[in-house]
Each structure stands twice: as structure tokens, then as C-alpha cells.
Design a protein around this ligand. Structure first.
Ligand code: APR
Ligand code: PHB
Length: 390
């Protein structure tokens, strides 16, 4: 097969990029090692920044998002019995975030592939990248026992943290930045109404909790747990009891309990790989960076990477403009690092770290007191939470 762009990975980054390139008449193919059902089974967060919503609007794939998404004007930081509301709309000149399952966004992109002429090949095996430093790279893969080759001008690695693309960049070129956190997030999804109309991030003496939602009738909650915990250590009742304590009495009074539709523990890490381009290989999304979910930045950072990559690739193919390709890594990383900082800082503020002593706790308390009393501090949080300009 010969095409202009070979995209590896059909998660939200790969599908979003594929649709954007097709919409601009750029030939591409997407290779995905898993089945469509497996990709949809991945647990994902539920907050969309402006950039993600605007790309779906631009593609005309925002019908369900508009119908089912919940626009939010604010969110809350809980500190014991204090609730600090961050009034996003007031502090950012009317901007909002939209609560909409990122799995649903992936589904919307997946469902539109045939009508939009986006070729996605699922259940590929042994994907390998070749000659990425040349202007004629290629990818090989196996499907149903037959080996295939894709010759292209660019490869875009949208293959997540565990994919092969990042490994195709020589160790002498790439640099990794990693912070692993000493806890995981235990999450529960249940068909019960949310305890609050806006998200609540809580820092309690027993640990972190988050009250989120998928709709007016489906809720998503999290608590942080030691990395040694297993899901089977946490019955639904034990988790509901813990949430009621950590979220504080007012929220607890509004919690509706119900059986878990899904319950899992995910580790937290901050990770950046630079550069995000080497020769004819570009990286987008989790293949290049991971954030702790505290700021709900994962998919939204992938969206800004994809925006920059699509602009660069369409410029190259449709306007013979090489500049944006050359600048892609620096442009994408400039926003990646700011989102990494915000996600790391909100994680530090809202979690109890085992190694922290009284001084570190006093610093958390002082920062929350400052946020509670300062419009400037709240503005900084609000503009990062809705997403910095692209
Ligand atoms: N060949 C083909 N596909 C591969 C390979 C491979 N060798 N390795 C991984 N993949 C696929 C995975 O199966 C997965 O479907 O790449 C895809 C990567 O998707 P994600 O991990 O979801 O990463 P990304 O698309 O960058 O999503 C970014 O969205 O919902 C959030 O939390 C999520 O932070 C993540 C963000
Ligand atoms: C979610 O709804 O799953 C969610 C929301 C906000 C976060 C993380 C996860 O910061």
C-alpha cells in the first residue's frame, strides 16, 4: 500500500488526526492492533477542553456531544468541610468545559470512519517502523497471518504509552522525563445521579476523592489508594463509605449509592518524551506524554497535538509549506509542558503524599487558603483547567 500519512493507533488521537487529514484531502491509513470493542472498553476521563470540542465541531461530528455533553461553568476544590468554587466562566471570559465521556468521543470518531472514507485497519500485529529518518519511511504489519507494507511520506505515532513509535526514535536523540506517583486512583462508574452538579476534587486527611459524572443519571467517582491495593480489596460499600467521608458531609448527604458498572485502579505518572518529531516520524498524544488525571488533560493534550500535526501535514501536502512540520515538536511541547505543570501541581495540591510531613501539609493548607481568598489564584487555575490557548 502507498499513502501520504500512516497513522499508528486508532485511539482518540489517531482517529481525530485521520479525520482531520481526510477532511483536507490528505491520504492516510490508520493501523490499530486491537479490535474496535477493545478500544471502546478502555477507561477514559470525562472532561473536554475547548480545543477538543472545536475540532469535533470543525469535523461536523459533534451532534451527540452537543446533545449529551454537559457544559460546566465551574468546578470545586474541597478541603475538609470547605468548598472552594472555581468559577471558570466568570474567570475566563465565559469559557466552559464540557463533561462528556472520552470513550463516547472515541465512539463518535469510530462510527464516522466509513462515511468519511477514513481507512482504519484493526487487529494488526507486529507493527514496525522503518527509515523514519528518510523521506520515504514505511511501516510493516501482519494481518490474519499475511505481512503488509505501507509506504508513506510521514508516519504519525498515535500508539499510546506502550506503542512502538517512540522506540523508533534513537536513544541518542530522545530524552524522557518521568515522575511516578506513590498512589493510584480507584474509580467506580455507577448508574446513579451525581452528588453535585459540578465536579468536586477533595483533599481529605484520609486522602483524595473526585466526584464526577457522565450524565444526569450516571456518576463517576475516584479515591486515591496505595499502589499495593487491589480492586478486590474494595467492595462497593467500602468505596461508597470512603467517598462519603472524603467528599465531606454536604456532598455525602447527596451521594446516591448503586452497584459498580465498572471498578478499576489506575497508576498515576507524569511523563514527557522529547522531541515529538524525528525525521518523517511525528508523535501525538500518549505516545509522547502522560499526565496524572487530576487535571483531565490526557485526551485534551492529544487534541492539541493533533491540531498542530494536522496543520503541519496539510500545509506540507496542500501548500508545500515545510515550516510547520519543522516547528511541530517545539510548538506541541510548549503546550504539553504547561499542561504537565498544571496536572502535576493540582495533583500535589490535592493528594496526601506518604513522604510528606507537617511542613508539606501546611504548604497545601496555605495554598488552598490563598486560592480561597485570591481571584488571581483562581484565575490561574481556571485558565489552565479550560485549556490554555492553542
Ligand atoms: N500497533 C497498532 N496500534 C497500537 C500499537 C501497535 N503496535 N500499540 C498501541 N496501539 C494502539 C492501542 O491499542 C490504542 O488503541 O494505539 C492506541 C493508543 O490510544 P490511547 O492509548 O487511547 O492514546 P491516545 O489516542 O493518545 O489518547 C490520548 O485519551 O482518553 C484519553 O486517557 C486517554 O490519555 C489518553 C488520551
Ligand atoms: C472523569 O469524569 O472520569 C474525570 C473527570 C475529571 C478528572 C479526571 C477524571 O480530572
Amino acid at each position: 500500500m502507498k499513502t501520504q500519512v500512516c497513522i499508528i493507533g486508532a485511539g482518540p488521537a489517531g482517529l481525530l488526526l485521520g479525520h482531520l487529514l481526510r477532511a483536507e484531502g490528505v491520504d492516510c491509513v490508520v493501523l490499530e492492533r486491537r479490535s474496535p470493542d477493545y478500544v471502546l472498553s478502555r477507561i477514559r476521563a470525562g472532561v473536554l477542553e475547548n480545543i477538543t470540542v472545536s475540532l469535533m465541531e470543525r469535523l461536523g461530528l459533534d451532534q451527540r456531544l452537543k446533545a449529551e455533553g454537559l457544559p460546566h461553568d465551574g468546578f470545586n476544590l474541597a478541603d475538609g468541610e470547605r468548598l472552594i468554587r472555581i468559577d471558570i466562566a466568570d474567570l475566563t471570559g465565559g469559557q466552559q468545559v464540557v463533561v462528556y465521556g472520552q470513550t463516547e468521543l472515541t465512539r463518535d470518531l469510530m462510527d464516522a470512519r466509513e462515511e468519511r472514507g477514513l481507512e482504519v485497519i484493526y487487529e494488526t500485529e507486529d507493527t514496525a517502523l522503518f527509515d523514519v529518518e528518510s523521506e520515504a519511511p514505511y511501516v510493516t504489519y501482519t494481518k490474519d497471518g499475511t505481512q503488509h507494507r505501507v509506504d508513506c511520506r510521514f508516519i504519525v505515532g498515535c500508539d499510546g504509552f506502550h506503542g512502538p513509535s517512540r522506540e523508533a526514535i534513537p536513544a541518542s536523540v530522545g530524552k524522557e522525563y518521568m515522575r511516578e506517583y506513590p498512589f493510584g486512583w480507584l474509580g467506580i462508574l455507577a448508574d446513579v445521579p451525581p452528588c453535585n452538579h459540578e465536579l468536586i476534587y477533595a483533599n481529605h486527611e484520609r486522602g483524595f476523592a473526585l466526584a464526577s459524572m457522565r450524565s444526569e443519571t450516571r456518576s463517576r467517582y475516584y479515591v486515591d489508594v496505595p499502589l499495593t491495593d487491589k480492586v478486590e480489596d474494595w467492595s462497593d460499600e467500602r468505596l461508597w463509605d470512603e467517598l462519603a467521608i472524603r467528599l465531606g458531609p454536604e456532598a455525602a448527604a447527596n451521594i446516591t449509592r448503586g452497584p459498580a458498572l465498572e471498578k478499576s485502579i489506575a497508576p498515576l505518572r507524569s511523563f514527557v518524551f522529547a522531541p515529538m518529531r524525528h525525521g518523517s516520524l511525528l508523535l501525538c498524544g500518549d505516545s509522547a506524554h502522560i499526565v496524572p488525571p487530576t487535571g483531565a488533560k490526557g485526551l485534551n493534550l492529544a487534541a492539541s497535538d493533533v491540531h498542530y500535526a494536522a496543520e503541519a501535514l496539510t500545509g506540507f501536502f496542500n501548500r508545500s509549506d515545510n515550516d510547520a512540520i519543522t516547528a511541530y515538536s517545539d510548538t506541541a511541547l510548549a503546550r504539553v509542558w504547561k499542561s504537565e505543570r498544571f496536572s502535576w501541581s493540582l495533583t500535589k495540591l490535592m493528594h496526601r503524599f506518604p513522604e510528606d510531613g507537617p511542613f508539606e501539609r501546611a504548604m497545601q493548607q496555605a495554598e488552598l487558603d490563598y486560592i480561597a481568598s485570591s481571584r488571581a489564584a483562581q484565575t490561574s487555575i481556571a485558565e489552565n483547567y479550560v485549556g490554555l490557548p492553542v
